[in-house]
Structures are given as structure tokens and as C-alpha cells.
Design a protein around this ligand. Structure first.
Ligand SMILES: [Zn+2]
Length: 401
């Protein structure tokens, strides 16, 4: 699924109507949740049937396109089934009991294949359901021309601090060609550098991000000093929300560019399978920033890995920094020891570099041997001093006439 985004340009009156649609979508999602809380044994089909009841009982609910109503019910069900899943898997910590959505700066409403219409030149979109938001000009829709109309499966209207956006979800998988580079890499994330790879190369932490985060904190303090319900507070809230938007865009930009670069120049990328959930609680500012950036970076590495056909492996993070990457023996060290010095073989290396080499080694071992004949090591191979016959499965097949 590809997603294209464009900014919607319209009048304040039109934006107000989009607000109504977004509010209604939220109302339906929350109502469905309430319905589930009161009758726990219902399933997603019951929720979708409940949409019709809501549309009958509330006039404004009927204004929303019927497929958009269904999409809102599906959202509620997604939250419920995620909760069920977490319970079934006995996930440690909170299980994510579904919560009601509150009125916020950001919000969205999702249409499927009806309730909207593109203009002939695809520069404008018209929303044609009961809210009658009308026609908007779109900024940044160049990419939309390459796809057929029937490939657009969903259209989402997203409200952010700096305006209204439309997202088109196009039913097409992105696959691209890439020449093999004959190079594999292991990556270790740290505080001193964003990451260190198994060749000893480092990528610095994005400094501009740290700066933005600092001014974010400052704005947050200013906001907390304003009086509740005052105009000044509303002003600062918008300012803060815009700043948040900017930081998240910067972070995404950094993640996308760095991830694409790593994937393009390697055939296999190995990294640690970190449980960031536990780490974000850390009070240390620098750490929580790099954690957030790291999670996003990892998601993009995995995405580009799929697009470009590059193997990505998340290895269990145990002992990656403690083992010697040269002889494999355990060399105990505290967090403050920055250099790895092995007293078994005398190997000396930067701590993170040593860890990155261990990660690559583990990645190559755990990546699996799909479709191979021998699963359990080399014991059988050595038994009678002979190599096994090639492709034994072929021999069993009946010869063709
Ligand atoms: Zn060693």
C-alpha cells in the first residue's frame, strides 16, 4: 500500500465542515467502543451493523458517508482486537484496553471508495457526503497521476496543527531493483553516536533534532504558565503543536534518509531487537530522544529492506557488547567502559564497534537457511567421509517420458 499526501486548500467554512466530519467519525468510533463495553461478546459484524443504528438515531451521523461510517467502526474494532491479541499473547505490562478518543488538534476521517470525487486534472477533490464540504484544491499531488482511480482504496482527511491534509492509499506494492553490493553490515545504536556499524563507521546524532527538542521543552513551560481557557493559552497550544509537527517531520526525514542509505549499500543489515517500551521511561532526555529516532529508523530500514530486497535481521540483544568479536569469549564490562579489551586473545576495539561486529555475526547465523536440505548442522556430512549426493530429492521423482 502506497500513501500520497496533499494539503487541502479551501475556505474556513469548508474547513469547519471537515471538522464536523472528523468529529462524527470520532463519535461513531467512540459509540462503537461503548457498545462493545456494554456487550462484550459482540464481534466486528455486530459493530458494523450498529453503524446503521447510529445513523438512524443521530442525524449528523447520517450525514457522514456510509462507507466512512463503516471505516470508523473498523477503527474501533482494530483497537478492540489489538487488546484481545495482547491478552491472548499474555504480553507483559499494560494490555492496551481500548480508550475513548478525545477532541484534539489532530484528528482524521477515513473514506473508502465513495463520498469523494477527483477532478479531471486531479488537482481538486470534492467531498460529496452529507456535510457538503465541497471542492478543495490540493497541493502536492504530482504522484497521483501515475495510478488508476480504482487503485485508490482509501481517502483519509487528516487535521494537523498547520492545516488539513488528504491522504490517498493506493493499492500497489513498491518493489525496486537494486544491484547487490556484496556487503553486509551490523549496526549498534548508542548514545555517543546514532549508530556504529561493523566496519567502524559512525553516524552522528542529529544535532538539529536535539535543538528542536530543547525549544519544545521551553514552549511547554511557557504554555503551563498561561491561564486556563485564555486566548493566550490557545495561542501557545497551537504554537507548541506546530513545533511538535516540525520535530516529528525532522525526525522522519532523518530516519528515512539514513535508513535508505544503509539499505542501498548493503545486502544484509543486522541490528538489535531492542525493547524500546522499557527504555522510553528513562528520564534522561538525550536517551529518550535517540530511542524515538531509533525506533523510527528501524521501521524504515525494514520497509526499505522489503522494497529493495535486502535482508534485515533483528537479533536478540543479549551479550552483544560483552562478547569478544574476535574470539567469542565473554569479557565483562560496565556501561562506562568505552573500549573493549579482550584478556583472552588481546583484541582491542571501540566498544560499539565490537558490538556491531557481534550483531552482524549473530545476524548471519540467525537469518535462517530457507529451503536447505540439512537442518541440524554438519554431523551427518562427516559420518562416512563423503559429501552427500547433490539434490537427492530429484532422484525420487519419476523420470519423464
Ligand atoms: Zn578475544
Amino acid at each position: 500500500m502506497l500513501v500520497f499526501e496533499a494539503k487541502l486548500v479551501g475556505t474556513n467554512e469548508q474547513y469547519g465542515k471537515l471538522d464536523e466530519a472528523i468529529r462524527t467519525a470520532r463519535f461513531i468510533r467512540n459509540s462503537c467502543l461503548r457498545h462493545w463495553m456494554d456487550n462484550k461478546d459482540i464481534d466486528k459484524y455486530d459493530l458494523s451493523a450498529y453503524c446503521a443504528v447510529l445513523a438512524r438515531d443521530f442525524r449528523f451521523a447520517k450525514n457522514l458517508n456510509s462507507m466512512a461510517r463503516q471505516a470508523s467502526a473498523e477503527r474501533a474494532w482494530a483497537a478492540i482486537s489489538r487488546f484481545y491479541d495482547n491478552c491472548k499473547k499474555a504480553k507483559p505490562g499494560k494490555k492496551g484496553y481500548p480508550r475513548f478518543k478525545k477532541e484534539q488538534t489532530h484528528g482524521s476521517v477515513e473514506y473508502k471508495t465513495s463520498g469523494w470525487r477527483l477532478s479531471e486534472d486531479r488537482r481538486c477533490i470534492t467531498f460529496s457526503d452529507g456535510f457538503e464540504a465541497g471542492t478543495f484544491k490540493m497541493w502536492g499531488t504530482r504522484d497521483l497521476h501515475f495510478y488508476q482511480l480504482k487503485q485508490i482504496k482509501r481517502v483519509r482527511v487528516v487535521r494537523r496543527a498547520d492545516g488539513y491534509y488528504v491522504q490517498f492509499c493506493v493499492d500497489q506494492e513498491r518493489l525496486e531493483k537494486r544491484e547487490p553490493t556484496a556487503h553486509n553490515v551490523g549496526i549498534d545504536v548508542g548514545l555517543n553516536h546514532f549508530y556504529t556499524d561493523s566496519d567502524g563507521q559512525t553516524v552522528a546524532n542529529p544535532r538539529h533534532l536535539r535543538k528542536s527538542e530543547k525549544s519544545l521543552k521551553r514552549l511547554q513551560r511557557r504554555l503551563s504558565k498561561t491561564k486556563k481557557g485564555s486566548k493566550n493559552r490557545a495561542k501557545f497550544r497551537n504554537k507548541l503543536a506546530r513545533k511538535h509537527l516540525k520535530v516529528s517531520r525532522q525526525r522522519k526525514d532523518f530516519a528515512v534518509k539514513t535508513a535508505r542509505c544503509v539499505v542501498m549499500s548493503n545486502d544484509l543489515v543486522a541490528y538489535e531487537d531492542l525493547k524500546v517500551r522499557n527504555m522510553v521511561r528513562n528520564r534522561h532526555l538525550a536517551k529518550s530522544i535517540s530511542d524515538a529516532a531509533w525506533t523510527q529508523f528501524r521501521e524504515w530500514v525494514e520497509y526499505f529492506g522489503k522494497v529493495f530486497g535486502v535482508v534485515t535481521v533483528a537479533v536478540p540483544p543479549h551479550y552483544t557488547s560483552q562478547n569478544c568479536s574476535n574470539c567469542g569469549k565473554v569479557v565483562k564490562k560496565s556501561l562506562s567502559t568505552r573500549t573493549h579489551t579482550c584478556h583472552h586473545c588481546g583484541h582491542t576495539q571501540d566498544r560499539d564497534w565490537n558490538a556491531a561486529r557481534n550483531i552482524l555475526e549473530r545476524g548471519l547465523r540467525t537469518v535462517g537457511h530457507t529451503g536447505t536440505l540439512i537442518a541440524s548442522g554438519d554431523i551427518d556430512l562427516c559420518a562416512d567421509g563423503e559429501t552427500p549426493p547433490g539434490k537427492p530429492s530429484r532422484g525420487k521423482r519419476k523420470p519423464k517420458k
